[in-house]
Write a protein that binds this ligand. Structure first.
Ligand SMILES: Nc1nc2c(ncn2[C@@H]2O[C@H](COP(=O)(O)OP(=O)(O)OP(=O)(O)O)[C@@H](O)[C@H]2O)c(=O)[nH]1
Length: 370
């Protein structure tokens, strides 16, 4: 396997760009010893016995308390109040992308939080936007509203320091429903004077009958335990909806694309528009094997090929960066996050392409999975 380090090409339509795979060969001397000394037939017999035992086990939810709570929780609020950060920190994992730019969340993401007393399945909604001019915004709005159907609880998130009329606009939409709504006052770490949050509580309480009010700092993990208790108290008694070990129903492909997008948004800051998308072209798991050429053992690895679509060649240059530095860093950072989240070795190849007007084009949006 050779290291590919193609430098950016100036030919937009044939734009294949940077790759980041500098670490693939580093650990290949490690020999996979998982089955050493174990007789293969023994392994198969033990596997069979376990499968038979499992089949005849009384229920799949053995050990779950009778008063276990489970339900769907929507996280809503205007852009940039910290909805994704809140879900990520509640889960202790990175599932939803965050950046300092508003409107970074484009998809609904199910994150699953399970503990001994409850399972909360989170629906992370994009902000509800006033401006529906572009097709993509319209779809985001639809996703935000549809996320509210059939949920058991809504977490209405506001920024403790920067609340304004837009927040009340979101609240109005909730007023049309019979949902239980908890007011989550986020970013409380930014308040110099904690008392300054009182007028906020008063204003919001006047406009809505909240089930509970919980100030938190999602970023600093403050008061999130209390929030978990409040969530549990408002969920119905029910068996877990998903396996309690699972943290998301989103595919690894989707998570991979979100991670790459986050790294670009973080690195390029205001220089790239939020309507940049990442398509996963290839996602292939290769099991541990012996290299036929060298005879050396190779660890299991997942090969991910992704294309970053931008609208203009100027944006492409920004994403690639000077001498390809930015895209290289994006690739390295994204790979590290993926290896941590998926718990396996990743080989990531990134391409940057210009696709003009894609965010206005319904067909293109559909083909990209919106
Ligand atoms: N100081 C502070 N910053 C926070 C906190 N929670 C989130 N942030 C920051 O606020 C910014 C926006 O957070 P996101 O989680 O992306 O916000 P969002 O509501 O999901 O945004 P959209 O995807 O645009 O709807 C990021 O820079 C976060 O780091 C917090 O508790 N304290």
């Amino acid at each position: 396997m050779s290291n590919r380090t193609d430098l950016p090409s100036n030919d937009e339509d044939n734009a294949k760009n940077m790759t980041e795979n500098t670490e693939l060969n580093q650990n290949q001397d490690n020999i996979d010893t998982t089955n050493d000394g174990i007789n293969q037939a023994e392994v198969i017999t033990v596997d069979n016995d376990m499968a038979i035992e499992e089949f005849f086990a009384p229920t799949s939810h053995a050990g779950i308390a009778d008063d276990f709570k489970a339900g769907y929780v929507a996280i809503v609020g205007r852009p940039n109040v910290g909805k994704s950060t809140l879900m990520n920190h509640l889960l202790g994992q990175k599932l939803s992308i965050t950046s300092r730019k508003p409107q970074t969340t484009r998809h609904r993401i199910h994150g699953i939080l399970s503990n001994h007393e409850m399972q909360a399945v989170f629906v992370d909604t994009p902000g509800i936007h006033r401006n529906e001019v572009r097709a993509i915004n319209e779809r985001m709005n639809k996703a935000a509203v549809s996320a509210l159907v059939d949920v058991d609880l809504v977490l209405f998130v506001v920024d403790s320091d920067q609340w304004r009329d837009d927040d009340l606009l979101v609240l109005q939409k909730l007023g049309d429903t019979n949902l239980n709504v908890v007011l989550v006052i986020n970013k409380s770490d930014t308040l110099k004077d904690k008392g300054s949050v009182l007028p906020l509580i008063e204003t919001f309480n006047d406009s809505f009958d909240f089930a509970d009010i919980v100030p938190v700092s999602a970023l600093k993990n403050q008061n999130l335990d209390r929030l978990q208790e409040v969530i549990a108290s408002h969920l119905p008694i029910a068996a877990p909806i998903y396996d309690t070990e699972q943290i998301t129903d989103r595919s690894e492909r989707f998570l991979a694309s979100e991670i790459i997008r986050e790294k670009i948004m973080r690195s390029a800051g205001d220089e790239v528009p939020y309507d940049l998308t990442v398509q996963i072209d290839g996602f292939k798991d290769e099991p541990a094997h012996t290299d036929p050429k060298t005879g050396r053992p190779r660890k299991a690895c997942t090969f991910i090929d992704a294309t970053i679509y931008v609208e203009r060649s100027g944006q492409k240059a920004i994403v690639i960066g000077d001498k390809g530095q930015r895209i290289k860093q994006v690739g390295m950072d994204a790979r590290k996050d993926m290896e941590q989240l998926f718990d396996k070795k990743i080989m990531l190849t990134l391409w940057v392409k210009v696709k003009r007007g894609w965010s206005d084009d319904e067909r293109a949006l559909t083909s990209l999975g919106y």
